[in-house]
Design a binder for this molecule. Structure first.
Ligand SMILES: NC(=O)c1ccc[n+]([C@@H]2O[C@H](COP(=O)([O-])OP(=O)(O)OC[C@H]3O[C@@H](n4cnc5c(N)ncnc54)[C@H](O)[C@@H]3O)[C@@H](O)[C@H]2O)c1
Length: 254
């Protein structure tokens, strides 16, 4: 018996990194998964890899820019048409900022794109799935933030990235309270350092400096975060909403 049997999940940013591991874990646990990403070539290879492993078509790939409301409408409609429901949304996709020493040296164009993708993209996802979740009177939304939204000095100087990750905590609580009476749960996962391609956008110095401060002494593998996301997505968390789950090896407990 899978922990997500009969559930339909949308996972963004699922071509690689954390999202790919979540898509595989959710499918292994019995969910039908719509995996979305901007990188369509990598996404389709990932979808094929997971479906081949499972021996069934549990994952559908849909190319998607999370900053586009039109794309979100397409993803929601495709999910309902293909699998008949939307029970779970994992707002996982995000873009990092450029590493910079002068944290105050804001590039307006870059900042606008990061806000549009990481923050507006998360809100648009919630907006797109809400009608179906409200219709069914159930749903679980998991927003992926970052320890960079809780403490300074670990985003490589990307103030915009940190700002979006901090804001995700606020929007999660606001929306969680707004829909709590309708059977829909909204929670945030706050990961510390994870071994994924996004780590390559940080300089070696930043990565080593952060790692040196992790009390448990290592960076997470994506599966360490995915198990937390799985719990929140599943009915095991039926009394959990507006909550923060920090998975960071003790980094922000200091
Ligand atoms: N890796 C870490 O150390 C770390 C730490 C804390 C939080 N996180 C968070 O975990 C989540 C997953 O990150 P990851 O480490 O797997 O990163 P990643 O770069 O490996 O994956 C992010 C995915 O999002 C996709 N993406 C980017 N912009 C998009 C857009 N506009 N529309 C659709 N897809 C888009 C990318 O193509 C990529 O496949 C992110 O929210 C990230 O902020 C990561």
């Amino acid at each position: 018996m899978g922990r997500l049997n009969d559930k339909v999940a949308i996972i963004t940013g699922a071509a690689g990194g954390q999202g790919k591991v979540e898509a595989r874990l959710f499918a292994q646990q019995g969910a039908m998964v719509v995996a979305s990403d901007l990188n369509d070539v990598l996404l389709m290879a990932t979808v094929k890899e997971i479906n081949d492993e499972l021996g069934r078509e549990a994952v559908l790939g849909v190319c998607h820019d999370i900053a586009s409301e039109q794309d979100w409408q397409h993803v929601a409609a495709r999910t309902i048409n293909t699998f008949g429901a939307i029970d779970i949304l994992v707002n996982n996709a995000a873009m990092p900022g450029k590493t910079r020493e002068d944290v105050w040296a804001i590039d307006v164009e870059e900042t606008t794109r990061i806000l549009n993708v990481n923050l507006t993209g998360t809100l648009l996802g919630i907006k797109a799935v809400m009608p179906e979740m409200k219709r069914k009177g159930r749903g679980s939304i998991v927003n992926i933030s970052s320890a960079a939204g809780l403490v300074g000095g670990i985003s490589g100087g990307s103030v915009a990235y940190s700002a979006t990750k901090a804001a995700i905590g606020g929007i999660t609580k606001e929306i969680a309270i707004g829909v709590a009476g309708e059977g829909i749960r909204v929670n945030t996962v706050w990961p510390g350092l994870i071994r994924t391609p996004i780590m390559e956008s940080f300089s070696k110095e930043v990565t080593e400096a952060v790692l040196a401060k992790v009390p448990m002494g290592f960076a997470a593998e994506p599966i360490d975060i995915a198990y937390g996301v799985l719990f929140l997505a599943s009915d095991e968390a039926r009394f959990v909403t507006g909550a923060d789950i920090v998975i960071d090896g003790g980094f922000t407990a200091q």
